[in-house]
Design a protein. Structure first.
Length: 339
């Protein structure tokens, strides 16, 4: 690596950094995680505020809990309802929290819940997670029939409400159907090209091209199973994914979606019991090596985000293109969808 950290930090100071994240457990060290994001200039992050399989009642309670927590810690966080809130977070050196879900079970069988969640501050909605629900299949199901009739209504209502459609975990046909029926850009906030790593969550070239044609963005994920099958992932492998998407559909359609999982090892092991098909391969067993940003002790070292910028500079990306990848591409889509 030939580029200095000082140059990378200068670009970060000038950038609006938006992380597609994906998931972050509210654990005892969540606040340290927020501090680490502030230290490297992250302006906004997509935070999964409800769990998979949560009912509407549970989902509403959890969203209200997050609203109270964000308000209580308004010295460090603010709720993002539109792009102006992200710009404000950048100015005030805070982290903008974009509340999202990774499973459509929180609306049950009634699309009217989407409007309720939007009023409470939820801006990002993922129709399906690993399993099947009333909307369609997730990436871990054995079947893939596409969106149900109810699922099509969900996509239409999300467009009406101005909510960002996230297809990161959706099964192949559900992904393609959602892109087809949406009138607005869609995103993959945290996933990688399947051509580089054959994993059920990763997206095919056809899906990536369809997403880009709709004006969307793909957040490249640093979660180990989506980068490599048998060894600890490297930063070069992560940036290789960026290169791949840029070469496939252009620099305007790629971003960062780190997919942190702030769990204790016990929480992680308990999750694997219900998700055995997503258990990472390799001797590391998916714990300390589960994410590039996590060290051998399981501690998040978010300041390593500078490594992405350094590698992109080394590979010949312009400063403006790097700023697009760090956040401007997500900002464009959020402006189109949220206003």
């Amino acid at each position: 690596m030939t580029v200095s950290k000082e140059k990378a930090r200068k670009i970060h100071q000038e950038s609006i950094i938006v992380d597609g994240l994906g998931y972050s457990q509210r654990s005892y060290y969540f606040e340290n995680f927020v501090d680490s994001m502030i230290s490297v200039g992250v302006a906004a992050v997509n935070m999964t505020v409800v769990g998979s399989n949560d009912t509407p009642a549970v989902g509403l309670v959890k969203v209200e809990e997050w609203n109270k927590m964000i308000e209580k810690r308004n010295d460090k966080m603010l709720l993002v309802r539109n792009v102006k809130d992200i710009e404000r977070a950048k100015r005030e050196k805070k982290v903008g929290i974009m509340m999202g879900t990774q499973d459509g079970t929180i609306i049950g069988d009634d699309v009217n819940f989407l409007g309720i969640y939007k009023k409470l501050g939820m801006t990002i909605f993922q129709p399906t997670y690993t399993w099947q629900n009333l909307i369609g299949e997730g990436c871990g199901e054995r079947t893939d029939g596409g969106l149900s009739s109810f699922g099509i209504k969900v996509i239409e209502e999300m467009n009406n409400q101005g909510m960002l459609i996230d297809l990161s975990h959706c099964a192949y046909q559900v992904t393609m159907d959602a892109i087809k029926y949406s009138k607005a850009p869609v995103v993959f906030t945290h996933t990688n090209p399947r051509a580089l790593c054959d994993h059920a969550r990763n997206k095919t070239d056809e899906q990536i091209k369809a997403m880009a044609a709709k004006g969307g963005v793909m957040g490249i994920c640093s979660y180990m199973p989506l980068l490599t099958k048998d060894t600890r992932p490297t930063w070069d492998e992560f940036v290789n994914c960026i290169d791949y998407v840029v070469n496939l559909v252009g620099v305007d359609h790629v971003a960062i979606g780190s997919d942190f999982s702030l769990w204790t090892k016990e929480e992680y092991d308990a999750w694997l019991v219900g998700n055995p098909n997503l258990k990472p391969a390799g001797p590391q067993d998916g714990w300390t090596w589960r994410n590039i940003f996590v060290n051998d002790d399981g501690i998040v070292e978010y300041d390593q985000v500078f490594t992405i910028t350094e590698l992109l500079l080394d590979r010949g990306y312009s400063e403006q293109d790097i700023k697009k990848i760090l956040g401007l591409n997500f900002m464009r889509v959020l402006q189109d969808v949220l206003g």
